[in-house]
Design a binder for this molecule. Structure first.
Ligand SMILES: [Zn+2]
Length: 258
């Protein structure tokens, strides 16, 4: 494959820098503890694996959720300012992730959230009226002033043809944990977004331990389509890295008016 290469530990300092950016000591600790998606270390038991994960069992604003009966309101748009980033695709052991460099960000309600990384789940974590999509993409952004996150979610569904915008990632999926693959071509982040950016929003959590309740969720309601082959390339590595839906409770679930 032209331009392809592998990096195992060379990216470590940059990754550590990203983690420290989060300034979440609990998150750093949590990464060292073993958790998964099935059996004794699966989502039903995350809250028992470590005191640091207590919110996974006891939280009241957890994610993902089933999206239904959203209240329509005239909400501000999510303003995307996405540029290019080096195409470095990392297998974290929990999924596939691209760590983002540069100043890509979103502005939401007057707050700038810097894009840190994007990663994938299969099947989707959020469901709409009980229906899961084939996959879900999460763009994780941080407001460094508040340490709050804004995560933009995009449902990925099967279409008829390869999605060229996603090919740089899906042609370079690393097949073992801690392996990073890439290509010389930069990844054009804006091309990963759907044209229509109407969204659902609610206040929730990380969908992985430690399940911190620090996330403004912005789930776009227009899916992006990938080919069956692209989806299969991902699910060959991670057929199930989705947390089940959690109760909405008394939280507001809003959808912006068309
Ligand atoms: Zn995620």
């Amino acid at each position: 494959m032209k331009g392809a290469f592998a990096v195992r530990l060379a990216t470590l300092p940059r990754l550590l820098a990203l983690v420290s950016l989060l300034t979440l000591a609990a998150l750093t600790m949590a990464e060292a503890l073993h958790w998964g998606y099935e059996g004794e270390t699966g989502p039903d038991n995350w809250g028992n694996l470590s005191p640091d994960y207590a919110l996974c069992a006891e939280g009241s604003a957890q994610s993902p959720i089933d999206i239904r009966d959203a209240s329509e309101l005239d909400l501000v748009p999510v303003r995307f300012a996405y540029g290019q980033t080096a195409n470095r695709v990392r297998n974290t052991g929990h999924g596939i992730q691209v760590d983002v460099e540069g100043d890509s960000h979103v502005i939401y309600n007057g707050i700038r959230y810097n894009l840190l990384q994007l990663h994938f789940h299969a099947p989707s974590e959020h469901t709409i009226d009980g229906q899961a999509a084939a996959m879900e993409l999460h763009f994780v952004h941080l407001d460094p002033n508040s340490d709050m996150l804004a995560v933009v979610g995009i449902l990925l569904e099967e279409g008829d043809s390869d999605n060229a915008a996603y090919a740089p990632v899906f042609n370079n999926l690393p097949d073992e944990a801690d392996l990073t693959l890439g290509s010389d071509d930069d990844l054009d982040l804006a091309t990963l977004l759907p044209e229509m950016r109407r969204y659902f929003t609610y206040q929730g959590s990380l969908t992985t331990p430690p399940c911190s309740e620090i996330v403004r969720w912005l789930l776009l309601d227009t899916p992006v389509r990938l080919s069956a082959d692209q989806i299969a390339a991902y699910t060959a590595l991670y057929a199930n890295n989705a947390r089940p839906v959690q109760p909405l409770g008394d939280r507001d679930l809003l959808r912006d008016s068309p």
